[in-house]
Design a protein around this ligand. Structure first.
Ligand code: FHN
Length: 422
C-alpha cells in the first residue's frame, strides 16, 4: 500500500504560495507552450538564447511582492518543457549562463526568497523538448526530426533518464534547503490529463522516468521536502490545476493534502496580449474557498523577458495583500469549520475562532441594510444553524464591499465559536 500523502505542518498552515513561470518563452511572450503550439523548429527556437537578457531581473523585488501579497512560499520553474535551464547546470549548454544573462538565475532567487523569510520551491519539468534523447511524446512532434513519429527505440531513454536525474541532483544539492519540488507532469494515471494521447514512452508505464528512483533521490537529498503527485506516482499532496475542488480532496476515500495551482490570467508564462486577469475579489474568494476545503493555493505570475512582473499582477497582488493584512488569521492555520456554510459564503475555522466569509450581499433572504445588517445577518445565520456565536465582539473586523478599499463582495467576520455542547 503506497504511503499516505502527508505534508509538514508549515504547508497546511501557510496556505498561500507564489508560482513563477519564467524561461525563454517570456521572449515571444505568448505562452509557455509557444514552442509546441507554433511548432517552432528547434534551431529556430534556440535562437532566443541570443536575446535572453533579463536586465531588470530583481529577485528581491519578486520575493517582496510575494510577501506583500501574504504568500509564504515561492515555487519557480527551474526548467520548463522547453528544456532551457535557469540555473548553471553542468549537464547542458542550454542554460541562462550561456545567454546575455551570463549567470545562474536560481541562486539569487533562492537567496532573495529566504531573505524575505519565505520558503523555496522548485518546479522541474519531466518533459524536455530540447534534449536529443527525450522521447517524442504525443504532444510535440518535431518537424525537424525525421524520426518524430518513429517509435522511441530511436532514442536512448536511459540517457534522458540519467540527464533528468542528474539535473535534479544538481538542483537539490547546490542551493541549500529546498522545501517543495513540483515535478511536471506525467500522463499515465494522472487525473490532470486523462484522455490526452498516451505518451509513446509512457506506454510502458512510468518506469522510464525512473519515477520511484527519482522520488527516492529527491527525499534522500532533501529530507522533509514536499514532493507533488505529478511524477505519475503518489506524492505528498494532490495538485488540482486551474479549478477549485468543491470539497476536501480524498484518495481511496481518505482525505489528502491538496494545492490548487492557478494563473492570474489563464497563461502560466508571460503573455503580452493577455489582459484577462482575475479580479482581486475572485482571487480572495478562491483562496478562502480553498482553505474552507482544507487546501492551499499556488498563484502564478509570469515575468517578462527583461525580468519584470507586469504592473497588473503587481496591483492585484498588492490588493490581495491588503485583504490578507486584515484577514490573514482566517487563512493561516485555518481550515474547514465542520459546519454547513451559508450558500453565499464560506466558513473557515482556526481553533475556537470561526470566520464567516459572505461572498455576495445581500444574501437571498436578508434585506437588512448596511454593515449592521451584515453583522446581524451573521447572527441570524448562526442562531438558525447548529452554531451559536457568542455576542459578536466589538473588535469584529467586518469588512464589506468597497469599505476601506477592500475587495468587493467579501465580508469576513471574526467570531468566537461557543461550542454547541457547552
Ligand atoms: O504543461 C504545463 C503547463 O505549462 C504549466 O506548467 C502547468 C502548471 O501546473 N503544468 C503543466 C500543465 O498541467
Amino acid at each position: 500500500m503506497p504511503a499516505r500523502p502527508t505534508v509538514p505542518d508549515w504547508f497546511s498552515h501557510d496556505r498561500f504560495g507564489m508560482f513563477i513561470h519564467w524561461g525563454l518563452y517570456a521572449l515571444p511572450a505568448r505562452h509557455e507552450w509557444v514552442m509546441t503550439r507554433e511548432q517552432r523548429e528547434l534551431s529556430d527556437y534556440e535562437r532566443y538564447t541570443e536575446f535572453f537578457d533579463p536586465d531588470l531581473y530583481d529577485p528581491v523585488a519578486w520575493a517582496k511582492l510575494a510577501k506583500r501579497a501574504g504568500m509564504k512560499y515561492v515555487v519557480i520553474t527551474t526548467k520548463h518543457h522547453e528544456g532551457f535551464c535557469l540555473w548553471d547546470s553542468q549537464l547542458t549548454d542550454y542554460k541562462a549562463t550561456n545567454t546575455p544573462a551570463g549567470r545562474d538565475l536560481i541562486a539569487p532567487f533562492v537567496e532573495a526568497v529566504r531573505g524575505e523569510g519565505l520558503r523555496v520551491g522548485f518546479y522541474h519539468s519531466l518533459l524536455d523538448w530540447h534534449h536529443p534523447e527525450y522521447p517524442i511524446d504525443g504532444i510535440h512532434p518535431r518537424r525537424d526530426d525525421p524520426t518524430r513519429f518513429e517509435a522511441n527505440e530511436t532514442r536512448d531513454i536511459a540517457k534522458y533518464r540519467e540527464y533528468l536525474h542528474g539535473q535534479v541532483r544538481e538542483l537539490l544539492t547546490n542551493y541549500g534547503r529546498v522545501d517543495y519540488l513540483f515535478y511536471d507532469f506525467s500522463w499515465k494515471g494522472d487525473p490532470h490529463h486523462e484522455g490526452n494521447p498516451p505518451r509513446l514512452w509512457n506506454a510502458k508505464g512510468n518506469e522510464d522516468w525512473g519515477g520511484e528512483e527519482l522520488m527516492a533521490l529527491t527525499r534522500e537529498l532533501q529530507p522533509g521536502i514536499i514532493v507533488n503527485d505529478r511524477l505519475g506516482i503518489p506524492g505528498d499532496l494532490v495538485t488540482p490545476e486551474q479549478y477549485q475542488p468543491s470539497r476536501p480532496m480524498t484518495l481511496d476515500g481518505v482525505e489528502v493534502p491538496w494545492e490548487a495551482c492557478q494563473t492570474m490570467n489563464g497563461s502560466w508564462g508571460y503573455d503580452r496580449d493577455n489582459h484577462d486577469f482575475k479580479s482581486v475579489d475572485t482571487i480572495v474568494k478562491m483562496l478562502i474557498d480553498g482553505v474552507a476545503n482544507n487546501g492551499n493555493m499556488l498563484l502564478n505570475v509570469g515575468p517578462t523577458g527583461r525580468g519584470t512582473i507586469e504592473a497588473e499582477s503587481q496591483r492585484i497582488l498588492g490588493e490581495v495583500g491588503a485583504w490578507m493584512d486584515l484577514h490573514g488569521r482566517s487563512i493561516y492555520g485555518a481550515g474547514p469549520s465542520g459546519f454547513t456554510a451559508p450558500v453565499d459564503g464560506r466558513y473557515t475555522r482556526r481553533g475556537d475562532r470561526l470566520y464567516l466569509h459572505l461572498f455576495s450581499w445581500p444574501p437571498q433572504h436578508c434585506h437588512l441594510p448596511g454593515l449592521a445588517g451584515k453583522v446581524r445577518y451573521a447572527q441570524l445565520l448562526h442562531d438558525a444553524s447548529e452554531i451559536h456565536f457568542a455576542e459578536i465582539p466589538p473588535d469584529t473586523q467586518a469588512v464589506n464591499t468597497g469599505m476601506g478599499g477592500q475587495p468587493a463582495g467579501t465580508l469576513t467576520l471574526t467570531l468566537p465559536v461557543r461550542r454547541p455542547d457547552v
